[in-house]
Design a protein around this ligand. Sequence first.
Ligand SMILES: Cc1cc2nc3c(=O)[nH]c(=O)nc-3n(C[C@H](O)[C@H](O)[C@H](O)COP(=O)(O)OP(=O)(O)OC[C@H]3O[C@@H](n4cnc5c(N)ncnc54)[C@H](O)[C@@H]3O)c2cc1C
Ligand code: SF4
Length: 334
Amino acid sequence: MKVFNLTRADDAAQAIATASKATTAQQGADIRFIAGGTTLIDLMKLNVEQPATLIDINRLLPDKIEALPNGGLAIGAGVRNSDLAHHPLVRKNYHVLSEAILSGASVQLRNMATTAGNLLQRTRCMYFRATDMPCNKREPGSGCAALNGANRSLAILGTSDHCIATNPSDMNVAMAALEAVIHVRGSTGERAIPIADFHLLPGDTPHRETVLEPGDLITHVTLPPPAPGNRSRYLKLRDRASYEFALASAAVVITCTNRKITRVRIALGGVATKPWRSMEAETELTNQLATEAVFRRAAEAALRDAKPQSQNGFKIELAKRCLVHVLKLATQAA
Ligand SMILES: Cc1cc2nc3c(=O)[nH]c(=O)nc-3n(C[C@H](O)[C@H](O)[C@H](O)COP(=O)(O)OP(=O)(O)OC[C@H]3O[C@@H](n4cnc5c(N)ncnc54)[C@H](O)[C@@H]3O)c2cc1C
Ligand code: SF4
């Protein structure tokens, strides 16, 4: 295996040129960038990913967090999850992001994991990680062992007949509620992709997880200015209190005036095939008083299209309660 270690600023162009020769930027890519390595090395040890060439981008990626003139925030793709979660501007203006990141993995993993790597982390579906089992995501056309197998932790929203795997990231859920924009530099130039358009639904091509093309390097993520007077919270429900992925989670960014909800953004995690923005819940909440009955109506709307599998029907009520509770937390002192 070839490993490129890149250090100089102009090495970015070389990295992109090398990676753009890959057959795909999706499952089975023969050339891969490596950042913290906490997803990729795991999958290489399991033979789920077997790139012939690794391009180490650690000394190449921006690792700064900077306030933008419009009041928003720019986060370098190489910023470690710990640094992002503890940054004073994130704690002050984007509390939901800090809470989401700190609810994930362990201190050691968060010290290694990068912003870009977290956006691109892969599902924890056990069949994806077991090369002796059928899995359409790992090996297109081979089938989906989870449909009739162990699917307790898998998705109820955004699924298809070909894949029901969840996107496991906590950070991505907060980023979805904050309407983050992902900035990419590729062989044809630069582009900015709203997070809602970045991850793909599985459909009949579950091996395609994002809109990235070969050579696309995530350079940074921007967050819009915080909505005036907003409060934001993240709640994660899981089988044990730490070092565990979400069974259901919810991120809320909400503004209330005299208990009336004037603006709200909602995203769900642990229950969907991509970070799940719920416009349905937002519509139920907007211009309503912040009461438990209204929160419950929003939760019903968010889960209306849920499609449970044999073992994960419990997630529908769990996700509803998660959303109601995080809305209570976010509006308690408003
Ligand atoms: C035991 C364990 C428990 C965990 N628990 C949680 C949890 O509870 N919640 C949670 O959210 N996460 C959890 N994680 C996942 C963790 O957050 C991710 O592994 C981490 O965020 C990935 O970041 P990385 O920098 O290490 O990525 P890498 O492994 O380096 O890369 C991941 C992917 O991104 C690509 N990539 C990296 N940087 C770029 C870039 N700049 N441009 C284009 N492509 C790029 C790589 O090619 C690779 O395909 C856990 C992980 C482990 C191992
Ligand atoms: S749910 Fe998706 S990742 Fe899991 S076995 Fe089925 S196709 Fe593979």
